[in-house]
Design a protein around this ligand. Sequence first.
Ligand SMILES: Nc1ncnc2c1ncn2[C@@H]1O[C@H](COP(=O)(O)OP(=O)(O)OP(=O)(O)O)[C@@H](O)[C@H]1O
Length: 362
Amino acid sequence: MADIRLEGVGHSYDGGRTWALKPLTWTWRDGRAYALLGPSGCGKTTLLNIISGLLSPTVGRIWFGEREVTSVPTAGRNIAQVFQFPVLYEEMSVYDNLAFPLRNRRYPKAEVDQRVRTVSRLLGLDDQLGRRSRRLDPGRQQIVSLGRGLVRPEVAAVLLDEPLTVIDPALKWTLRSKLKEIHRDTGHTLVYVTHDQTEALTFADEVVVLKDGEIVQSGTPAELFLSPAHEFVGHFIGSPGMNVLPAETADGLVMVGEAVVGRAVGELPPGPVNVGVRPEFVRITAHDPPGLQARITGVDRMGAYHLVHAEAGGHELVAKVDADSAYSPGTTAFFHFADAAFLFRDEVRCGSIAPLEGRREA
Ligand SMILES: Nc1ncnc2c1ncn2[C@@H]1O[C@H](COP(=O)(O)OP(=O)(O)OP(=O)(O)O)[C@@H](O)[C@H]1O
């Protein structure tokens, strides 16, 4: 197959007043498993429907390899799409539903049978093949829809729009790993839309984060966690999300209120910035500044770790610490941000924070 390239593609549903998808240039690389992650209304479905041809973009051009498909209808794009709710022929058997996309394209009978049985085995449908689809519960029907999307070996891409919404939570995990297995087997390009970070991070080679119709960052799950390029990525990925504290930079130092929390790394003119640091990278000491002095407001004991909540200068922050640590609400402590702490201006990352070598006081 081939890469799918979007060139200045954008969409407005109201004649250009607002953009559901702001014009963007982006390549979906052949054979990769992508998660398209973002909150409700950020433009995920719009983007997916533009790739499949269900929606014609207001601006821009779409290429499948060297072939421009901007005005090619869905049927001519060779895309498989799986929606949030089951789409199947209710009067047909499960076997016939799975076979339909192959028979429709005149695959030889033996290959139809072999593909149907492979997909059915992977999705746990073997004992359902003879049943009429109408008789299945909605979760099973959705698994059949998933199978219909995955059964064809030669597709430009498989697009999945929140396909596990109606599936029982206990089954979701199994199905996600089956999807990965099928992906390895077929080498399809997969684009999997979700607003659930766990789903995105466990499924994808690459996660593309969409916000207000714009891609704000893409990368491996580890990159998004360790190196957020946008405040939104820091909030949306991770549990709890990244701490964000207003700060100033002056003379190469980063100040949160009166406290110097580190050295600014990056070409930063003085002025307001936000410090972003994940709870996992906040260290707490009882004394020994530099660090931000904060009052501990609560401790959540989560079993494997504790979440220490604190307040400094009217701002809340959280640290994720070992379960054997003992911090008490009402006491004060120093919170340090020297590891994996970043600076953001206008929500976009503009620098990072380094430790103050040799400096002992705030
Ligand atoms: N047919 C339509 N007509 C007008 N506006 C629309 C239409 N479809 C979507 N929108 C608007 O475009 C924006 C993006 O919607 P879209 O469905 O692409 O987002 P999404 O991220 O898929 O959301 P969800 O997760 O809720 O499905 C939203 O503001 C939505 O209200």
